[in-house]
Design a protein around this ligand. Structure first.
Ligand code: ARG
Length: 474
């Protein structure tokens, strides 16, 4: 491809370090789509003849069919996917293939291909996120009245409901969805026409090529267009934050599935056994989701460090942009699907959750609030009185609601029998404002759903079965 100036072939080790086909063959579809848009534009603009444009187009169609049927066969003599496609095109249509690269460089080509791939990956992640959100809503509605302890410092704090708790993760994922949607909107500019770095003297139509590929507009600055990888970083940062949320939920599942907690049991199809301890039922999928978040944030850091010292415009370091993005995508989509399956299949032990909520003096705040509300006691004093009531309950081995009225009145005479109305966990949960205790309709996600992704609702139990990974992103 660039042999004219060179007398010898590259050393084997040079070819090896330079080669990216093993990685970038993953976006052969995007490479062919971008070439098709480019060649159509060249034909329309009269930069190449209509006959050549047509020959190239039909050659690209054939290559697409071949790759779809057999995959890309790697040729060690050809550096990357761009050279593979062009080489095959030459075999198919002869010298006219050489006109495809008019007014183009691999620099704007790879930037375009990769953007297209990441854009599609964002859409796939959006779908998987929506599936998980839907399952969370379904389970939250089912458990809108299932009382459990709410924790701070992992100490029982105040009773909440499982529905309330699960919907907290819904909110995190809603923000993730918006981050991906923002990233998608920002990345949707076409680098094509930037050529190597300086643009081209051919009378190209950048708007036509951009529109054909679904981009909103051509990128404004050619130097930026070929060297910018913000779109990949945006993706990785959104992926990192999303995986962090999944990791926190995974950690909750691990804790809840432990024997001392026993809040949740994962059925057989989401558990693994131990080769030595027959009683074990391990939440491996949750642990792996937690683990994968480490790898995803590592991928983000890897690209960040690759980019940070690069002068304008293209440097070959940029070839290292793809492995972290591919890895993060694979791990995140897998994590989302595994989490969706786990949440859908989880069997919550509402009896144990309720018992735990009742065990931790979790309605102490309700007693203090009652003293403030019904007896006009300043909150600090009410806090102190309640502390003494907790101490009494603890030393008598009973719950707050089981303390006799006499005992409570000895601590403070302003307490009367109405206090028992607030000492149960159900009364406590019911007393909190609807804005925190109730489920909020998930309209925001629907509004922010990236274009082209499916609607999240109406929800149907069992409809969130993992879809096969789309061929384009696989
Ligand atoms: N395989 C290259 C990459 O992924 C394509 C661009 C090559 N450009 C160049 N100037 N050598 O970055």
């Amino acid at each position: 491809m660039w042999g004219g100036r060179f007398a010898g072939a590259p050393a084997a080790i040079m070819a090896e370090i330079n080669s990216s086909i093993a990685v970038d063959k993953r976006f052969w579809r995007e490479d062919i789509a971008a070439s098709r848009a480019h060649v159509a534009m060249l034909g329309t603009q009269g930069i190449i003849s209509a006959a050549d444009a047509e020959a190239i187009r039909s050659g690209l169609d054939r290559i697409e069919a071949e790759y779809a049927a057999q995959g890309v066969t790697e040729d060690p003599a050809l550096e990357d996917i761009h050279m593979h496609v062009e080489h095959r095109l030459t075999e198919l249509i002869g010298p006219a293939a050489g006109r495809l690269h008019t007014a183009r460089s691999r620099n704007d080509q790879v930037a375009t291909d990769f953007r297209l791939w990441v854009r599609r990956a964002v859409d796939e992640i959006g779908n998987a996120l929506a599936d998980l959100q839907r399952v969370l809503v379904i389970r939250a509605e089912e458990h809108a009245a299932s009382v459990m302890p709410g924790f701070t410092h992992l100490q029982s704090a105040q009773p909440v409901t499982l529905g309330h708790h699960l919907m907290a993760y819904y909110e995190m994922l809603r923000r993730d969805g918006r981050r991906f949607a923002d990233a998608r909107a920002r990345m949707n500019e076409s680098p094509l026409g930037a050529a190597a770095l300086a643009g081209t003297g051919f009378p190209i139509d950048r708007h036509a090529a951009a529109a054909a590929l679904g981009f909103d507009r051509p990128a404004a600055n050619s130097l930026d267009a070929v060297s910018d990888r913000d779109f990949a970083l945006d993706f990785l940062m959104a992926a990192t934050q999303c995986s962090l949320h999944l990791s926190r939920l995974a950690e909750e599942i691990v804790i809840w599935a432990s024997q001392p907690f026993g809040f949740v049991a994962l059925p057989d199809d989401y558990s693994t056994g131990s080769s030595i301890m027959p009683q074990k039922r391990n939440p491996d999928a949750a642990e792996l989701v937690r683990g994968h978040s480490g790898r995803i944030s590592g991928a983000m850091l890897s690209l960040l460090v690759t980019l940070k010292g690069l002068p304008l415009a293209y440097s070959k370091d940029l070839q290292d942009d793809k492995p972290p993005v591919f890895e993060a995508y694979d791990l995140l989509i897998l994590s989302l699907r595994a989490m969706t399956g786990m949440i859908e299949a989880a069997r919550f032990d509402t009896g144990r959750m309720r018992a735990a909520a009742e065990a931790g003096f979790a309605t102490a705040t309700d007693l203090a609030d009652w003293l403030v509300r019904e007896a006009g006691v300043p909150f600090r004093e009410a806090h102190h009185i309640t502390g003494r009531a907790v101490k009494l309950a603890e030393s008598s081995g009973v719950q707050l609601a089981e303390l006799p009225l006499d005992g409570l009145r000895q601590i403070d005479a302003r307490i009367d029998e109405r206090v028992y109305d607030v000492l149960s966990v159900d009364a406590s949960v019911a007393s909190r404002t609807p804005a925190t205790a109730a489920l909020r309709p998930p309209t925001c996600w629907r509004r922010s759903r990236p274009p082209g992704t499916r609607s999240v609702f109406p929800a149907k139990r069992g409809s969130a079965r993992p879809r096969p990974i789309s061929a384009a992103c696989a």
